[in-house]
Design a protein around this ligand. Sequence first.
Ligand code: NAP
Length: 169
Amino acid sequence: MEKCIIVAIADNQAIGRRNQLLWNLPGDMKYFREQTTGHAVIMGWMTFQSIGRPLPRRHNIVISLFPWPEAPENVTVVKSLEEAYAAAESQEENPENAKCFVIGGAYTYAEAMETADTLYITHVHDKPEDADAFFPVIDPDRWQVETTSDLQTDPVTGITYEFTVYRRK
Ligand SMILES: NC(=O)c1ccc[n+]([C@@H]2O[C@H](COP(=O)([O-])OP(=O)(O)OC[C@H]3O[C@@H](n4cnc5c(N)ncnc54)[C@H](OP(=O)(O)O)[C@@H]3O)[C@@H](O)[C@H]2O)c1
């Protein structure tokens, strides 16, 4: 199974504040939906709380160390990233050709960076000063750019961003 990470990152590596996203960029949300629909999505429980519901048309896998008396419908709760990957594979008819996506947050991304094959990064050209969640620096010695989109501009805020896919070297 191809292990992917998908995330929107500011120019100062910021990704979140007070368990919320930093931006509301409909173009980025559409990209996220297009990339992840039909695949397993793996997240830490803070991110699951922040989203507030299982994402439709995706196998939702939540990592949490404390027991959940009853997992919400359509959600698989596991205790480690390794278990999350195993749960994702277990629902695929053809695991070798399948993909799964780690969708956050900071804690979960930091661990997943060690084993991910592919990164779907939205580089948002902004430097929020009060963020409290960050993504690790993408080391160019370890990651090569596979594709980069044109520069996008959010029509409401004027914030610019682009979609870059990196593959592990
Ligand atoms: N910009 C973006 O694209 C993006 C995307 C997603 C999230 N975010 C932001 O990221 C922030 C949340 O990040 P976060 O780091 O606080 O939370 P998180 O990664 O969503 O969740 C962290 C928790 O998940 C559990 N966990 C994760 N991996 C585990 C593992 N391997 N083994 C055991 N437990 C594991 C732990 O829970 P226990 O307490 O049970 O140990 C840990 O405390 C928010 O601000 C959110 O908006 C941004």
